[in-house]
Design a protein around this ligand. Sequence first.
Ligand code: SAM
Length: 232
Amino acid sequence: ALSLRLSAVAEWIPPGRVVADIGSDHAQLLIALSRSGLLNRGIAGEVNQGPWENARHRVKEAKLEHQIQVRKGDGLEVLDTGEAQVIVIAGMGGPLIASILDRGLQKLERVERLVLQPNSGVVHVRRWLHRHGWKLDGENLVREAGILYEVVTAVPGDPHEPYRKTPLPLDAAFEVGPLLWMERHPLLLDKLEAELEGLNRILSQLESARAPEARSRLESMKQKREEWRRWR
Ligand code: SAM
């Protein structure tokens, strides 16, 4: 069975599609979709040798080579344009996810849905989607082994729409998540508290540093802390 985190990713994948899982490692997601009869065809992409071998081994073991292809390469370069209807990128940092999307722009032309699960820095992912004409149409937060994971999904469309519904300034909404905010997601407060705690830790480290750069960074972090307090 899939972990809670990967189940939250799978929830957004419509049935019967060609699904690419970029940075797939164990290929668990595609294997589970196939076993549930929800997958048309799967493409697992991996840039690193170890995880690529791992994916190949798991797919072979599951006897799913006819349905799931494991390809080696960086980001979306493993795909032909128009090949995948759904692209999943899960379990990496937000900046890396945004850079994979950015470097593969033309591969996104006919994609109907992106399902993204950044382990950190989700703000980079929301900002990228907003800038590139993707309408955020689902967000979720799940807690597994004490860690909060965020999943966001988007379709081609008016990127402003979900943001218009919130009273938050755009930069704040990129951090908080407009849909999580609107539905008052039960874990959102926990997430903001965790961020605040992280900020406070950084602040106390900065306070003991004397360099002038530390001082100006300290000021901007303090401002940010006040913003977080307001949004909660
Ligand atoms: N997606 C799986 C999940 O969510 O459980 C595995 C996540 S694993 C922590 C991240 C994987 O992304 C690693 O196996 C790594 O090799 C792969 N990866 C990192 N950068 C990549 C890139 N530019 N293109 C393809 N794969 C990449």
